[in-house]
Structures are given as structure tokens and as C-alpha cells.
Design a protein. Structure first.
Length: 460
């Protein structure tokens, strides 16, 4: 059997195993890299380890560590509280506040499921209290998280930009970021209009005009009866520490924080915001390494309150990092074998480049709806490289933007982590019916989104 097809078959088997079993795909990928590299490609261990992305490891560890610090010192809850107070009784603004907060969290380095785990219980609590469609509210939280997910200092953005740069393709970080945000924002506008959002404009908060004081704490609803049903997404593990941190503690809407979380030290939270601003400036305008800068800022914040932040290192998304690095290492083996070029040229010979691009977008959407979006980005973009090199009718910048959107917007599926979190956080709903609604919407997005982004970013 052709060694290239063997490596591709094993890659597909990895997705199947990670979907069917609660096994981190990164572990499977590292073993796959070793076995395929040595037994199929005849590579030695040193050559295989040459594909290990050390710079990506530093980026992921640094960003998620800094986010954990911001969560622990109350900065995230403080910002949510400020945003909710800002609506001052305008119910129609609440879904957009939740959209904006989750977008902001992922844009500065939060793992998407972690942002949804923090915000979804708050958002669904508002929906239950004020008669807002829980489906609309949950979907806007997810679309917000995905909309901010491709900023240059985010997890998705860092992965995608690194892969594109290593492939020698034209890199336009802003185009990918704006494509993701614009599409998710447009979808959210449609959802808002279609699911009764306009009626909320005339709906008062209540008789006394005050904000509620008894909404659920962030993360509490996630651990309702039976817990969230998470199906096969290796990213599930990445937010376990964030969720545990939030569980059982007062949220941004329920009163003062617990005694072990000194929310009153506002100066420290301002310093955290300043640190995030410095991170953006140094990485975007001065082109400093985001991993080193993140860890440096994190250390400065830790020195200010070492006892408060001592648990932050355990909250780094190590399972997510394992997943991404394992898949990247396996793809590195495939590149050394020549499999990436083989696939690209084979697809190009079978059909037109435009149709081949559309097929890859559909594959990314379908796989990501059940498995890890980060794994899809890490494996399918390299497979598409031969289609994007030279004058073949497929623009690299547009295709990368399309792949970024189609591989992440499908996380509304209840079989993905984000969708399952929304399902678990909903209050006062028929769970079976709500599950069917999420599944129907997820299926529609999986079928429609690749075609739309292909037309907008690849054909046009």
C-alpha cells in the first residue's frame, strides 16, 4: 500500500478514536508520528522530533497562563459585571453584551470552551429570567467566542498564522480575524432578528427596573444533574480547571466574591488589563514573540500576588496543548514523507482547484462538528498547501479565511464542547427538545457555512 495513503488513513483513524473514546487526540498523534515515522517513512526519532513546534508550545502555554491569572484575580468577573450594568435595563442589549464579552475573552487568549463555560451560565440565566429565547442566547455566546477566536494573539489565530507562515503562504492576519468576526456577527444578527430579539427592545427589565440579584453563578449550571454531555471533543479537557474554579462561587451578578478571591483589589485588576494591553501592543506593533511576552507579563502579575496566582499554572490548558502539539508533530512527519504534496497534487488532478477547495472546507466542517477544531486546522491547512501555491485559481488568503470560519463556526453542534455547554447551562427548557434544536441548527450550519464562505472568500 502507498505509504502516503497509510499516513492519511491513520490520520483519519485518529479523529475516529478521539471522537468515539475519551482519549486526547494529541497522545494518539504522538504515537502515530512515532510509528508512521519509523515503520512507514523510515525516519529516526531525532528527525521526527524535528517537527515538534516548540514555538507554538510557548505561545499556547503563555497565553493560557495569562488568561488563568485574569480569571483568578477576578478581572473577568469584574468586566462582565461592568458590561451588564452598562445595559441599564435594556433587555435587548443583553445578548449582544454576552456576544461581545465572549469575543473579547477568546481574542485575548482564552480557549473557546473556557470562555463559553464562564459566560454561558450567566447568559442562559438572563434568558430564563426575562423570557429571552435560550437558543438565541446560547448561540450568540458561541458565535461570540468563535468570532473573536482568530485575533493574532488568540489560540486559533496563533495556530493558523503559524501554519500558514511555515508553509510559505501569503499571511494576512487581519483578513482571517475579520472574516471570522464578520461572519459570526452576521449570523448573530440573523439569529437575533429571527428569534424575537426585536421584541426585546420594548420589553422592560421588571417592575422595579433593577438588575436581578439571583441569577446563577458562572459555571454552576454546567454541573447540573448529570453534568454536560460532551461527545468526543478532545478540547473538552482544556477548560476543566477554569470550570472548577468557577463552580460554586458567586458570579459577576450574584454579589461579592468569596474570601479567597480578593475582588476588592481593583488596582490589581487594572494592572491585569494593562498587561493585556501591553501584550497586544508588543506583539502586534513591535512583532515580539507572543509566548515570551505572555509569560513575562504573567510573571510580573504573579509577583504582585503570588499566593492568589499559585494555582494558575495548573489551569493552563495542558490537554489542549497536548492535542495541538501532537497533531502538529504528526503533520510534520507527513510533510517529511511528502504526503502533503501528494494529496494536494492528487486532489488537483481529480477535479478543479475551486471544487477541491470546497471539498476540503466541507471535510473541515464535518469533522470539526464532532471532533477538535484545532486539530482540523492543524491538519487540513497543510493538506491544502499545494492547491494554494502558484497560479491555480485559489487565493491563499481567502481560502485560509474560509477554512478558519468553516472549521470553527460548526462548534454550535451539541456534539461539540461549546454546544454541550450551552445545552447543560439552559434553564427551564425541555432538554430533549433543546438538544434537537441545537442539533438541527448545527447540521444546517455544517452544510451551509462551507458553501457560503467558499463563495465569499474563495470564488469572489
Amino acid at each position: 500500500m502507498n505509504p502516503h495513503w497509510i499516513s492519511i488513513a491513520i490520520l483519519g483513524l485518529m479523529f475516529v478514536l478521539a471522537t468515539a473514546l475519551p482519549i486526547n487526540m494529541g497522545v494518539i498523534a504522538f504515537v502515530g508520528a512515532f510509528l508512521v515515522g519509523t515503520l512507514v517513512a523510515g525516519l529516526n526519532a531525532k528527525t521526527i522530533m524535528g517537527g515538534f513546534p516548540a514555538d507554538l508550545f510557548l505561545t499556547l502555554a503563555g497565553i493560557t497562563y495569562l488568561f488563568a491569572l485574569a480569571q483568578n484575580n477576578g478581572t473577568i468577573n469584574w468586566l462582565v459585571n461592568l458590561a451588564v450594568r452598562a445595559v441599564r435595563g435594556h433587555i435587548a442589549a443583553i445578548p449582544w453584551i454576552m456576544f461581545g464579552i465572549t469575543a473579547g475573552l477568546t481574542s485575548v487568549g482564552a480557549v473557546s470552551p473556557a470562555a463559553v463555560a464562564i459566560i454561558a451560565p450567566i447568559a442562559l440565566g438572563f434568558a430564563h429570567r426575562y423570557g429571552i429565547s435560550p437558543l438565541m442566547m446560547g448561540l450568540m455566546v458561541i458565535h461570540g467566542a468563535q468570532g473573536g477566536g482568530f485575533s493574532p494573539i488568540s489560540i486559533y489565530g496563533g495556530i493558523t498564522n503559524r501554519i500558514v507562515a511555515n508553509a510559505g503562504l501569503p499571511l494576512n492576519e487581519t483578513a482571517t480575524m475579520m472574516a471570522s468576526f464578520t461572519i459570526n456577527l452576521a449570523v448573530s444578527v440573523l439569529l437575533f432578528v429571527a428569534m424575537g430579539g426585536l421584541k426585546l427592545v420594548r420589553q422592560p427589565v421588571g417592575v422595579d427596573g433593577r438588575q436581578p440579584a439571583n441569577l446563577p453563578a458562572a459555571g454552576r449550571a454546567v454541573h447540573g444533574p448529570g453534568g454536560a454531555q460532551i461527545y468526543g471533543d478532545a478540547e473538552t479537557e482544556a477548560f476543566s480547571e477554569e470550570r472548577a474554579t468557577a463552580q460554586g462561587k458567586p458570579g459577576a451578578l450574584t454579589g461579592p466574591a468569596s474570601t479567597d478571591e480578593p475582588q476588592g483589589e481593583r488596582w490589581y485588576q487594572w494592572m491585569t488589563l494593562l498587561g493585556l494591553g501591553v501584550l497586544a501592543v508588543l506583539t502586534l506593533f513591535f512583532k515580539q514573540d507572543i509566548g515570551f511576552v505572555s509569560i513575562t507579563i504573567g510573571l510580573v502579575l504573579t509577583l504582585m500576588a503570588p499566593n492568589l496566582q499559585k494555582r494558575a499554572l495548573g489551569q493552563v490548558c495542558w490537554p489542549e496543548i497536548m492535542l495541538i502539539l501532537g497533531v502538529s508533530t504528526y503533520v510534520g512527519v507527513m510533510q517529511k514523507m511528502g504526503t502533503i504534496d501528494f494529496v494536494g497534487h492528487s486532489v488537483a488532478e481529480l477535479t478543479s482547484p475551486l471544487v477541491a477547495a470546497l471539498l476540503l472546507l466541507f471535510v473541515g466542517a464535518v469533522v470539526s462538528a464532532f471532533a477538535s477544531s484545532t486539530a482540523v486546522l492543524g491538519s487540513l491547512i497543510p493538506l491544502a498547501v499545494p492547491l494554494l501555491q502558484g497560479d491555480v485559481g485559489v487565493g491563499a488568503v481567502g481560502f485560509i479565511a474560509a477554512m478558519a470560519v468553516s472549521s470553527t463556526i460548526v462548534d454550535v453542534s451539541p456534539f461539540s464542547t461549546n454546544g454541550a455547554l450551552v445545552l447543560a447551562s439552559a434553564r427551564g427548557v425541555d432538554r430533549d427538545r433543546f438538544f434537537r434544536q441545537l442539533m438541527t441548527y448545527g447540521a444546517a450550519v455544517t452544510l451551509i457555512a462551507p458553501l457560503v464562505v467558499w463563495f465569499l472568500f474563495v470564488v469572489l
